[in-house]
Design a protein around this ligand. Structure first.
Ligand code: CA2
Length: 145
């Protein structure tokens, strides 16, 4: 069976490449997804991506991963990183390995961004590497599965 990866993108990441390039870079979310799709295809694996601005939609998609053959989740929960017990509970219930990704180095930013509700459940956390962080997380996932 081919490995199957799910990438979840949290709120406002749909603005990537269009606003605040100094913080988040010039690459759009569509370009990130295309880059990851290529990386995954080369390894003969499968990729599903799910962007949403809505906490419940991310919870629903995370829950669905349990029964749809997903082997590994890469998630940038964006602002929900710092607020969402619901997303934490969903990922804990799903019990699939996941990596948390942030484009920016959240530890160099405001204090409220230093706390993650997901990080202690994650296999690992990547932050501050920009788009390369997504690539690293997906490469890691492919090796892990
Ligand atoms: O650095 C990251 O990837 C973050 O997850 C991004 C979140 C932020 O709340 C986290 O603390 C760190 C914000 C995503 C908003 O994305 C935007 C992209 C372009 C313009 C405005 C927002």
């Amino acid at each position: 069976m081919a490995q199957s990866l799910l990438v979840l993108h949290g709120p406002n990441l749909n603005l990537l490449g269009h606003r605040e390039p100094d913080t988040y870079g010039h690459t759009t979310l569509e370009e990130i997804d295309a880059m990851l799709a290529e990386l995954v295809a080369v390894r003969g694996a499968k990729l599903a991506t799910f962007p949403s601005n809505h906490e419940g939609a991310l919870v629903d998609r995370g829950q669905a991963a349990r029964g749809d053959g997903t082997d590994f989740i890469v998630v940038n929960p964006a602002a929900f990183t710092h607020t969402s017990v619901a997303l934490r509970d969903a990922l804990a219930a799903v019990a699939l390995p996941f990596v948390e990704v942030h484009l920016s180095n959240v530890h160099r930013r405001e204090e409220f961004r230093h706390r993650s509700y997901l990080a202690d459940l994650a296999v690992g956390v990547v932050c501050g590497l920009g788009v390369a962080g997504y690539r690293s997380a997906v490469s890691f996932a492919l090796d892990y599965c």
